[in-house]
Design a protein around this ligand. Structure first.
Ligand SMILES: Nc1ncnc2c1ncn2[C@@H]1O[C@H](COP(=O)(O)OP(=O)(O)O)[C@@H](O)[C@H]1O
Ligand SMILES: N[C@@H](CC(=O)OP(=O)(O)O)C(=O)O
Length: 431
């Protein structure tokens, strides 16, 4: 038996499996870069399938017709499978079974409409089909073993953000995976987990990177490679910023901070399990697989270029005590408690004498719940459609580059990091 550390974990996200050509490219990468090694391949839903499933679920849950959107999702997956494997080979089998299960589960939501407080639980049962369908196709394209990760990756019942039960998960993974990996490559789902009573959970949007890290941690893998549509970890998202530069090497700590502030290239929970076991994380381009990419690991490096992180869809909420009393620890306890209960994460916060402001991701549903809990005690104002910018390792030029022409609604700076909230401006090109 090979030593456990000879294992590589590859993670392929939505962009790398978005269509037939992308899946063929994935197969080439696996063949050319992972021969002679044990390989666990973690795969996300194809392209924008998770968003499509969210729309389908929303329609079904609110008693509306999701038929046309479901048909489009079905045709898309069957179309890709037919291009890869031929018409007849997809008429029955696992893919058809999964599509039938999805249809059945959606039908069971209506009528009668499920109670509103089961929304998140039902969400997970439906949204998870994106990864199940994608892995079914990719495993077959690679002639690899298909693994349902849900019985292994044990979580609690925190729907849409399942919290991993590490001891159970590690035991399960170490019990099951080594034998399978010895036989050949294994393909499994990112983003999914399972509760003790066999229900599906998801780990938070874009959580497949985290799945790769969980498996790598449990199996003490040699490295994790996440294959992206960018050259590596850059100092900014090239979709919004001009003149980006790649970091060839960067520490776990710098990366975790970038992910925390919103650099969407890596899910924020990915780094910790890898850092604990000193497993390097490689970010590589599936468009140019031989290029160097980025190596994230232990150690120090030269000071980095300023990094720019933009988070859109922000909401700035301010709480004022109703009777001009100062914002006190007691008030803050109430506000934090309510934010935690409705699961609104604080991206930035600031207090003054009689008011306390938080910047969070906007969710109409969660905001309404928050307002109904706190309205009696506080006067609450909020603004939506805002952007939160963070500059790590800022200098005067980078500050000027980002703040010129913007009205800053809230700002904060430490020695390394500058953050501000502002109104979204019309897009006129790259920043
Ligand atoms: N600092 C950054 N460096 C590189 N890419 C970034 C950065 N911040 C955001 N991105 C964005 O992350 C995208 C890749 O991540 P993501 O879309 O989650 O990939 P996938 O879903 O395929 O795993 C890139 O296309 C890029 O727009
Ligand atoms: N498919 C899920 C999980 C995920 O991680 O996807 P991706 O690897 O494409 O970001 C999502 O879109 O949230």
């Amino acid at each position: 038996m090979q030593e456990p550390h000879s294992l590589q974990v590859y993670k392929f996200g939505g962009a790398s499996v978005k269509d037939t050509a992308a899946i063929r490219n994935l197969c080439r990468i696996v063949r050319e870069h992972a021969a002679q090694q044990q390989l666990l391949i973690v795969v996300s839903a194809m392209g924008k399938t998770t968003n499509a499933l969210e729309e389908i679920f929303q329609l079904a849950f609110t008693g509306q017709d999701c038929g046309p959107k479901l048909d489009a999702l079905r045709s898309f997956h069957l179309g890709v499978a037919q291009e890869l494997f031929g018409q007849e080979s997809t008429e029955t089998g696992q893919l058809q079974d999964l599509l039938a299960q999805l249809e059945q589960q959606l039908a069971s939501l209506q009528p009668p409409p499920a109670p509103a407080d089961t929304y998140d639980q039902h969400y997970d049962q439906i949204i998870s089909f994106g990864e199940l369908l994608a892995t079914c196709i990719v495993a077959r394209a690679l002639d690899a073993q298909w693994l349902d990760c849900r019985p292994l990756l044990r979580t609690d019942h925190t729907w849409r953000e399942g919290r991993i039960d590490w001891p159970t998960t590690e035991w399960n993974v170490r019990d099951q995976l080594p034998t399978l990996l010895q036989r050949g490559p294994v393909v499994t789902q990112g983003f999914l987990g399972g509760t003790p009573n066999g229900l599906t959970t998801t780990l938070g949007r874009e959580g497949s990177d985290y799945t790769a890290a969980i498996f790598a941690y449990c199996l003490q893998a040699q490295a994790v490679t996440i294959w992206k549509d960018v050259a590596g970890l850059l100092n900014a998202d090239p979709k919004f910023f001009a003149d980006t530069v790649r970091f060839p090497q960067i520490s776990y700590q710098e990366t975790i901070e970038m992910a925390y502030y919103g650099a969407s290239v890596i899910h924020p929970k990915t780094i910790k399990p890898l850092a604990v076991r000193q497993i390097p994380l490689l970010v590589k381009s599936f468009l140019d697989p031989t290029a160097e990419g980025t190596r994230i690991g232990e150690g120090r490096h030269e000071p980095l270029a300023p990094a720019f992180i933009r988070k859109d869809g922000q909401c700035l909420i301010s709480f004022e005590s109703r009777d001009l009393t100062f914002i006190s620890e007691e008030n803050l306890e109430v506000i934090f408690g309510a934010l935690a209960q409705v699961r609104l994460k604080i991206n930035m916060m600031q207090n003054s004498a009689i008011s306390f402001s938080v910047c969070t991701d906007f969710s109409a549903y969660r905001l309404e719940k928050l307002l109904s809990q706190l309205r009696d005690q506080f006067t609450i104002h909020y603004n939506t459609e805002l952007e939160l910018y963070t500059i790590k390792n800022y200098d005067p030029a980078s500050l000027q580059r980002l703040t010129t022409g913007r009205e800053l609604l809230l700002e904060q700076r430490s020695r390394q990091t500058f953050q501000f909230v502002c109104r979204a401006l019309p897009v006129t090109g790259l920043l």
